[in-house]
Ligand binder design. Sequence first.
Ligand code: PNS
Length: 164
Amino acid sequence: MATVLYPGSFDPVHLGHLDVVEQALELFGEVIVTAMHNPSKPSGWFSLDERLAILDEAVAPLRGEGRTVRVASFGGLAVDAARSLGADFIVKGLRTGGDFEVEQQMAQTNYVAAAVRTVYLPCNPALVYLSSRFIREIAQYGGDVSAMVPPSVLPHLQRATREA
Ligand code: PNS
Protein backbone atom coordinates (compact mmCIF):
# COMPACT_ATOMS: atom_id res chain seq x y z
CA MET A 1 0.00 0.00 0.00
CA ALA A 2 1.30 3.44 -0.93
CA THR A 3 2.55 6.05 1.50
CA VAL A 4 1.45 9.56 0.56
CA LEU A 5 2.60 13.03 1.56
CA TYR A 6 -0.17 15.56 2.24
CA PRO A 7 1.67 18.89 2.31
CA GLY A 8 0.12 22.21 3.23
CA SER A 9 0.48 25.37 5.27
CA PHE A 10 -2.02 24.13 7.92
CA ASP A 11 -2.01 27.56 9.58
CA PRO A 12 -4.12 26.27 11.25
CA VAL A 13 -5.42 22.84 10.21
CA HIS A 14 -9.21 22.88 9.72
CA LEU A 15 -12.01 20.36 9.14
CA GLY A 16 -11.55 20.48 5.35
CA HIS A 17 -7.96 19.33 5.78
CA LEU A 18 -9.03 16.48 8.07
CA ASP A 19 -11.59 15.38 5.47
CA VAL A 20 -8.77 15.08 2.92
CA VAL A 21 -6.72 13.04 5.42
CA GLU A 22 -9.70 10.73 5.98
CA GLN A 23 -10.21 10.28 2.24
CA ALA A 24 -6.51 9.55 1.76
CA LEU A 25 -6.62 6.98 4.56
CA GLU A 26 -9.40 5.12 2.73
CA LEU A 27 -7.25 4.90 -0.38
CA PHE A 28 -3.65 4.58 0.77
CA GLY A 29 -1.68 2.73 3.41
CA GLU A 30 -0.12 5.67 5.21
CA VAL A 31 -0.61 9.43 5.16
CA ILE A 32 2.13 11.86 6.21
CA VAL A 33 0.53 15.24 6.90
CA THR A 34 3.38 17.72 6.49
CA ALA A 35 3.41 21.36 7.55
CA MET A 36 5.40 23.42 5.04
CA HIS A 37 6.14 27.03 4.09
CA ASN A 38 4.10 28.51 1.28
CA PRO A 39 6.31 31.33 -0.07
CA SER A 40 3.20 33.11 -1.37
CA LYS A 41 1.69 33.21 2.16
CA PRO A 42 4.38 34.81 4.30
CA SER A 43 2.06 36.32 6.92
CA GLY A 44 0.62 33.35 8.75
CA TRP A 45 0.11 32.95 12.49
CA PHE A 46 1.78 29.83 13.75
CA SER A 47 5.42 28.78 13.43
CA LEU A 48 6.20 25.53 11.64
CA ASP A 49 6.84 23.87 15.03
CA GLU A 50 3.51 25.11 16.41
CA ARG A 51 1.65 23.94 13.30
CA LEU A 52 3.23 20.50 13.68
CA ALA A 53 2.13 20.24 17.33
CA ILE A 54 -1.40 21.44 16.46
CA LEU A 55 -1.57 18.94 13.57
CA ASP A 56 -0.46 16.09 15.80
CA GLU A 57 -3.35 16.74 18.22
CA ALA A 58 -5.85 17.23 15.38
CA VAL A 59 -5.10 13.96 13.56
CA ALA A 60 -4.92 11.84 16.74
CA PRO A 61 -8.64 10.82 16.55
CA LEU A 62 -8.10 9.56 12.98
CA ARG A 63 -5.45 7.04 14.06
CA GLY A 64 -6.10 3.40 14.88
CA GLU A 65 -7.99 0.48 13.32
CA GLY A 66 -5.21 0.02 10.79
CA ARG A 67 -5.08 3.73 9.89
CA THR A 68 -1.57 5.18 9.92
CA VAL A 69 -1.24 8.95 10.02
CA ARG A 70 2.13 10.57 10.65
CA VAL A 71 2.78 14.27 10.99
CA ALA A 72 5.93 16.12 9.99
CA SER A 73 7.21 19.57 9.23
CA PHE A 74 9.63 20.37 6.46
CA GLY A 75 11.36 23.60 5.52
CA GLY A 76 12.16 22.90 1.87
CA LEU A 77 10.48 21.63 -1.26
CA ALA A 78 7.49 19.29 -1.19
CA VAL A 79 9.29 16.86 -3.51
CA ASP A 80 12.26 16.74 -1.12
CA ALA A 81 9.85 16.18 1.79
CA ALA A 82 8.29 13.30 -0.14
CA ARG A 83 11.68 11.72 -0.77
CA SER A 84 13.10 12.25 2.67
CA LEU A 85 9.95 11.05 4.47
CA GLY A 86 9.54 8.01 2.23
CA ALA A 87 6.32 9.01 0.46
CA ASP A 88 5.47 7.51 -2.94
CA PHE A 89 3.53 10.54 -4.07
CA ILE A 90 1.77 13.73 -3.03
CA VAL A 91 -1.96 14.17 -2.35
CA LYS A 92 -3.82 17.47 -2.48
CA GLY A 93 -7.44 18.40 -1.82
CA LEU A 94 -9.30 20.42 -4.44
CA ARG A 95 -12.02 22.80 -3.25
CA THR A 96 -12.67 24.88 -6.35
CA GLY A 97 -11.56 25.52 -9.91
CA GLY A 98 -9.22 28.14 -8.46
CA ASP A 99 -7.47 25.46 -6.42
CA PHE A 100 -7.18 23.33 -9.55
CA GLU A 101 -5.35 26.09 -11.46
CA VAL A 102 -2.75 26.45 -8.71
CA GLU A 103 -2.41 22.76 -7.90
CA GLN A 104 -2.12 21.67 -11.53
CA GLN A 105 0.83 23.99 -12.07
CA MET A 106 2.54 22.78 -8.89
CA ALA A 107 1.85 19.12 -9.73
CA GLN A 108 3.32 19.43 -13.21
CA THR A 109 6.32 21.38 -11.92
CA ASN A 110 6.94 18.80 -9.19
CA TYR A 111 6.76 15.99 -11.73
CA VAL A 112 9.19 17.65 -14.16
CA ALA A 113 11.55 18.67 -11.33
CA ALA A 114 11.64 15.38 -9.44
CA ALA A 115 9.30 12.80 -11.03
CA VAL A 116 6.99 12.97 -8.02
CA ARG A 117 3.34 12.36 -8.95
CA THR A 118 0.39 14.23 -7.38
CA VAL A 119 -3.10 12.82 -6.80
CA TYR A 120 -6.07 15.15 -6.25
CA LEU A 121 -8.91 14.41 -3.88
CA PRO A 122 -12.19 16.33 -4.23
CA CYS A 123 -13.08 18.09 -0.98
CA ASN A 124 -16.34 17.34 0.77
CA PRO A 125 -18.80 19.86 -0.76
CA ALA A 126 -20.04 20.75 2.73
CA LEU A 127 -16.55 21.98 3.63
CA VAL A 128 -15.29 23.68 0.46
CA TYR A 129 -15.72 27.20 1.84
CA LEU A 130 -13.17 26.59 4.62
CA SER A 131 -9.94 28.56 4.52
CA SER A 132 -7.26 28.92 7.19
CA ARG A 133 -6.94 32.60 6.31
CA PHE A 134 -10.60 33.36 7.03
CA ILE A 135 -10.51 31.23 10.17
CA ARG A 136 -7.59 33.36 11.42
CA GLU A 137 -9.46 36.55 10.55
CA ILE A 138 -12.63 35.48 12.37
CA ALA A 139 -10.67 34.26 15.40
CA GLN A 140 -8.68 37.50 15.49
CA TYR A 141 -11.90 39.49 16.01
CA GLY A 142 -13.27 37.07 18.59
CA GLY A 143 -15.66 35.26 16.23
CA ASP A 144 -16.77 31.67 16.63
CA VAL A 145 -14.86 29.18 14.47
CA SER A 146 -15.86 26.06 16.39
CA ALA A 147 -17.74 24.69 13.34
CA MET A 148 -14.63 25.06 11.19
CA VAL A 149 -11.75 23.52 13.14
CA PRO A 150 -11.29 20.40 15.26
CA PRO A 151 -11.90 21.13 18.97
CA SER A 152 -8.20 20.74 19.81
CA VAL A 153 -7.35 23.75 17.59
CA LEU A 154 -9.59 26.23 19.45
CA PRO A 155 -7.31 26.85 22.47
CA HIS A 156 -4.37 27.48 20.12
CA LEU A 157 -6.37 30.07 18.20
CA GLN A 158 -7.47 31.72 21.46
CA ARG A 159 -3.88 31.86 22.70
CA ALA A 160 -2.62 33.28 19.40
CA THR A 161 -5.38 35.90 19.48
CA ARG A 162 -4.42 36.94 23.03
CA GLU A 163 -0.75 37.20 22.07
CA ALA A 164 -1.39 39.15 18.83
O1 PNS B 1 -1.90 24.90 2.25
P1 PNS B 1 -1.19 25.55 1.08
O2 PNS B 1 -0.70 26.94 1.45
O3 PNS B 1 -2.04 25.58 -0.17
O4 PNS B 1 0.07 24.62 0.78
C1 PNS B 1 0.99 24.98 -0.27
C2 PNS B 1 2.30 24.21 -0.08
C3 PNS B 1 2.92 24.49 1.28
C4 PNS B 1 2.03 22.72 -0.22
C5 PNS B 1 3.24 24.68 -1.25
O5 PNS B 1 3.47 26.07 -1.14
C6 PNS B 1 4.56 23.92 -1.24
O6 PNS B 1 4.64 22.84 -1.80
N1 PNS B 1 5.56 24.52 -0.56
C7 PNS B 1 6.88 23.93 -0.47
C8 PNS B 1 7.84 24.60 -1.47
C9 PNS B 1 7.76 23.91 -2.84
O7 PNS B 1 7.81 22.71 -2.95
N2 PNS B 1 7.68 24.76 -3.87
C10 PNS B 1 7.64 24.29 -5.26
C11 PNS B 1 6.21 24.26 -5.77
S1 PNS B 1 6.10 23.71 -7.43
